[in-house]
Write a protein that binds this ligand. Structure first.
Ligand code: ADP
Ligand code: ASP
Ligand code: MG
Length: 419
């Protein structure tokens, strides 16, 4: 029997009517002859509520109990979806992660898949079940504890099941009708793409486009899963939405394919650090040990007169997620107290955002950075930090200019027009 994976995100299962609407889409695929694995998220807002309860109960919470609580939203939707399908005469059964069992690492809150054994679900399909509904976002550690995969993790559950069961396609149903040149909620000029390359989607996702969890794209790319994003609120068929696929399938020839942004950034500067071999290692080793995800880095070398001689000093600036600022600060202060490093001041700027342009065409085209900087200059947007890689350029700017910068870049690279 051919098999499809269909994933429904939070807004697509936000209430009983929406669950019924999603179930109708599943039933249609069953009628077309597919066995289906449905992956469900928690009802929209539920995971945030659960996280809130955890943080109010225990600010320095035990990560194992965090996962026990925040994974529970998906259990409710899985059971309701299976029940709704049964009401529609579709043989369906639900699975929580531990029942499969979805085996993961023990990194609570950011667990990775280790194994998804097929036996249990395959046995039920063999008995005539048509739909397996699996709770997304969760798994089971080697220590027999419930784990979660990080926010947005149901996308990754869906792709992992598609890979494990050799699904014909992995359809991600959400509240937009595909992947756009930028978030359609920020720019009304955003244009829906028919196809996007894995590499580009991987960059866009990791730079803030939360339409797919980064790891889901990584996993799809590695396992060659046909991954599609489409609307759960519209009538859809085989041609709907956006296909994430290999570069060889892409016809568009634009240099830049999309603009991504991330609001949750902070910039930290260590002022007047001694410039000597090993200083970067001391700073970033300290931050890594504290679990801080450093993103962009700039170092400015200067000289100063000190007790009658000139010595080289540097200002070290880096960015990290805004919710890791206090952890970063604590770690650096502790390292300074232990004389592992020295600095005169630590400046924290939490009013920044990162805006990035992404495109595989950048590999073979010069001048993308120049166009980007010119467009930002024309809007008087000051660039604080720049980072580039083969297929992306990112800048850190004042957060209040984020939407303006996204629009300006979307215009500058003419993304509203098909390539
Ligand atoms: P779900 O709950 O279905 O997982 P998410 O909220 O995680 O949905 O992801 C869908 C959202 O991603 C959209 O509502 C949209 O605002 C946002 N988004 C960001 N960048 C893009 C993009 N380039 N294309 C489409 N949607 C995007
Ligand atoms: N419910 C989880 C979250 O809100 C996982 C998901 O929806 O993908 O992050
Ligand atoms: Mg999501």
């Amino acid at each position: 029997m051919p098999l499809l994976v269909m994933k429904f995100g939070g807004t697509s299962v936000a209430d009983l009517d929406r669950i019924a609407n999603a179930a109708a889409k599943v039933k249609r695929e069953v009628e077309r002859g597919y066995d289906v694995i449905v992956i469900v998220s928690a009802m929209s807002g539920r995971t945030n509520e659960l996280v809130g309860w955890v943080e109010s109960t225990s600010p320095m919470y035990d990560a194992r109990e965090y996962d026990a609580v925040v994974s529970s939203g998906e259990n409710v939707t899985a059971g309701l979806m299976a029940m709704r399908l049964q009401e529609m005469d579709v043989p369906a059964r639900s699975w929580q992660g531990w029942q499969v069992p979805i085996k993961t690492t023990s990194a609570h809150g950011a667990a990775r898949f280790v194994d998804i054994p097929r036996d249990n679900i395959d046995a039920k399909f063999a008995e005539g079940m048509k739909v397996a509904v699996v709770a997304g976002f969760q798994g089971l550690s080697e220590e027999n504890r419930i784990t979660t995969l990080g926010r947005g993790g149901s996308d990754t559950t869906a792709v992992a099941f598609a890979a494990a069961f050799g699904a014909e396609r992995c359809d991600i149903y959400t509240d937009v009708d595909g992947i756009y040149t930028t978030d359609p909620r920020v720019s009304d000029k955003a244009r829906k793409l028919d196809k996007i390359a894995f590499e580009e989607m991987l960059e866009l996702a990791s730079l803030g486009a939360k339409v797919l969890q980064t790891r889901s794209v990584e996993l799809a790319m590695r396992n060659n899963v046909r991954l599609r994003v489409l609307s759960s609120f519209e009538d859809t068929d085989e041609t709907s939405g956006t296909l994430v696929c290999g570069e060889d399938e892409i016809m568009e020839s634009k240099v830049v394919s999309g603009v991504a942004f991330s609001r949750d950034e902070a910039k930290m500067t260590l002022v007047t650090v001694e410039d000597r071999p090993g200083i970067a290692s001391a700073i970033f080793g300290t931050l890594a040990d504290a679990g801080v995800n450093v993103d962009m880095i700039v170092q400015n070398i200067s000289e100063r007169d000190y007790e009658g001689h000139t010595e080289a000093v540097t200002d070290m600036t880096f960015s990290c997620p805004i919710n890791q600022v206090s952890r970063a600060k604590q770690a650096l202060e502790a390292a300074a107290q232990a004389n592992k490093l020295g600095y005169e001041d630590l400046i924290v700027d939490t009013e920044v955002a990162k805006v990035s342009v992404v495109g595989i065409g950048m590999r073979s085209h010069a001048g993308v950075a120049a166009t980007m900087f010119k467009a930002l200059a024309a809007e008087n947007v000051n660039i604080k930090v720049i980072a580039t890689s083969e297929i992306k350029i990112s800048v850190l700017i004042d957060r209040k200019y984020m939407e303006l910068a996204v629009q300006a870049l979307h215009d500058a690279f003419e993304l509203e027009k098909a390539g």
